[in-house]
Write a protein that binds this ligand. Structure first.
Ligand SMILES: [Zn+2]
Length: 265
């Protein structure tokens, strides 16, 4: 398991060193979708901005891999004492490919257009399904979230075929498989089609920029579901500003401060 993970990380590092910038500059493939969303640049980024952004992201992404290897130590969670709710549990790179679904339904609340969410966790991960579904729904329904901004009302459904977005907490390998059209490198999460895949290592360990695991989880849910709602990436407007929710905060903050809510920035 470890050797496989180490191999993957090495592959990822080689890719990051050699290809990430070129791929990002070439188009939306890496620079604008590594953290999710297959929608490309969204029309808001010029080629010059894309180039600058790609450079920034390439560096940040490489730093993230180096700073938080998910392979050699095995332990995906932080060794820092800054995270208040660390889960010092090893998450294997390979998943079981089997799923546990949240089976309780919860009707939409409010007048917005219903937007159905299904939640599942890959079996074998140290992640409890009902707690996860509760957290996902509480985050999406938070008054600082998308509901009022986008005129939607999130509901929880147990049947994934009825879901507008299927949220999966998955092993790195399975996340990469779900996100196969994107560049997740066993590290980031993504939205592709109606799938939102959350890398379990980030779910349990966040990144070094986030010292609060709850805030990171709120960020990644709102960011990836934001893609499912049609939102494209944004960029840090100025150092010291709250990062736009749709900034790829997993890959670095570009001088901004962490922010998990679309109503803030
Ligand atoms: Zn994204």
């Amino acid at each position: 398991m470890i050797s496989r993970s180490a191999h993957s990380a090495a592959v990822a590092r080689r890719f990051l060193a050699a290809g990430a910038l070129a791929a990002a500059v070439a188009g939306a493939a890496a620079g604008c979708s590594a953290d999710g969303g297959a929608e490309g640049t969204g029309g808001g980024m010029t080629s010059k901005e894309a180039t600058a952004q790609a450079a920034a992201q390439s560096g940040a992404e490489a730093t993230g891999e180096i700073a938080r290897p998910t392979s050699s130590s095995g332990a995906s969670t932080t060794s820092s004492s800054e995270t208040p709710t660390p889960t010092p549990t090893e998450v294997p790179y390979e998943g079981t490919g089997e799923w546990e679904y949240a089976l309780e339904a919860s009707a939409p609340q409010g007048d917005g257009a219903p937007f159905a969410i299904a939640v599942r966790v890959e079996k074998g991960l140290p992640v409890e399904i009902d707690d996860t579904a509760d957290f996902v729904m509480a985050t999406l329904r938070d008054e600082r979230g998308w509901q009022d901004l986008d005129g939607v009302a999130f509901e929880l459904v147990s049947d994934e075929s009825q879901a507008d977005a299927l949220v999966s907490v998955a092993s790195p390998q399975t996340t990469d498989q779900i996100c196969s059209g994107l560049t997740t490198n066993g590290y980031t999460s993504c939205r592709e089609g109606n799938q939102v895949a959350l890398n379990a290592n980030r779910w349990l360990g966040a990144t070094e920029d986030f010292d609060d695991l709850t805030v990171y989880r709120q960020y990644v849910i709102n960011h990836e579901v934001g893609h499912a709602l049609g939102h494209a990436h944004e960029y840090c407007p100025a150092p010291g500003s709250p990062a736009p929710l749709m900034q790829q905060q997993t890959l670095g903050l570009q001088g901004c401060t962490v922010n998990p809510w679309p109503s803030v920035a």
